[in-house]
Design a protein around this ligand. Structure first.
Ligand code: GTP
Length: 265
């Protein structure tokens, strides 16, 4: 009679030998939803929920990694998963999984209180942020933010008798830095690079203001990434950055896109 599965020894299949001689760069868990804490310039801390990816490398001779250990590690640090814990989490991942490299990626909504430009009506704006950290011999950290802006086409303004096509654009900035930078400050810098910032609450007087401001301040995607580059190059504490602009064109079915990446020094 065949032995029932529950009577069998709990074989650790992951530890068995693989003979294909192929190491794996990144293996682990993806899209784990988990509470985290982010430093907030005005309120000290902000609680939010991140989608977390955790990966390690796997030597060629092992069949699999130990998926449960990633979640055990998150659970160990569950009270305070924050920027200042990333390195110790990565170090624990390397240790518990016997790996030489560990990667931790988090994408989360971050809320900033914003005032409408004329009425000063307050509202909360959501920005999507990313923390991408890795540890091999050295710790590496990249902060990313997606900033929505309005862009108004300089070409359309020049050619048209009435108005100019304009749209919501997303500027994606990623930075490496030598001294801490607030998410709020980076958002302010990037919002200056489009034709106008975007708000979640506008009264009529604000709407007139932002419409006219965008018209007075036309920008191509090229202008947006160049404006960002001028500002990011002038910040001494930023050691590397990449900036992208995507305009979800209102007169085309496709987007306009531009990107610049710079390593300083
Ligand atoms: N490696 C690997 N594991 C997977 C995959 N999909 C699901 N799992 C499951 O992840 C679970 C956890 O595996 P382990 O972390 O090795 O669990 P464990 O052996 O009880 O834990 P340890 O004693 O810490 O190794 C297992 O039930 C696997 O079947 C996959 O694609 N790869």
């Amino acid at each position: 009679m065949e032995q029932k599965k529950e009577d069998k020894a709990l074989t650790d299949v992951q530890l068995t030998r693989d003979t294909r001689n192929i190491p794996i760069g990144k293996v682990g868990v993806k899209d784990v939803s988990y509470p985290i804490v982010v430093m907030d310039k005005n309120k000290k801390f902000q609680n939010t929920i991140a989608r977390i990816n955790m990966y390690v490398d796997l030597p060629h001779h092992f069949k699999g990694t130990h998926m449960s250990r990633f979640v055990e590690i998150l659970n160990k640090y569950r009270e305070n998963i924050a920027l200042d814990k990333l390195e110790v989490i990565l170090s624990t991942m390397k240790e518990k999984l016997g790996a030489s490299n560990a990667h931790l990626e988090m994408e989360f909504p971050y809320f900033v209180e914003k005032k409408a430009p004329v009425s000063k009506a307050k509202s909360l704006m959501e920005y999507t942020c990313t923390f991408s950290a890795s540890l091999s011999d050295q710790f590496d950290f990249v902060l990313g933010i997606k900033v929505p802006v309005t862009s108004l086409c300089p070409c359309s303004k020049e050619l048209s008798s009435y108005g100019a096509h304009n749209q919501r654009s997303i500027m994606t900035v990623q930075i490496r830095y030598s001294e801490f930078i607030w998410i709020e400050d980076l958002i302010d810098i990037i919002e200056e690079c489009g034709s106008s910032p975007v708000y979640s609450l506008l009264k009529r007087e604000d709407e007139k203001f932002v419409t006219e401001r965008a018209y007075e301040n036309p920008r191509f995607v090229e202008d947006m990434v160049r404006e960002a580059t001028v500002r990011l190059l002038s910040m001494q504490n930023i050691t590397w950055f990449s900036v992208e602009a995507e305009n979800f064109e209102s007169i085309h079915k496709h987007s306009a896109y531009a990107a610049i990446e710079r390593k300083k020094g």
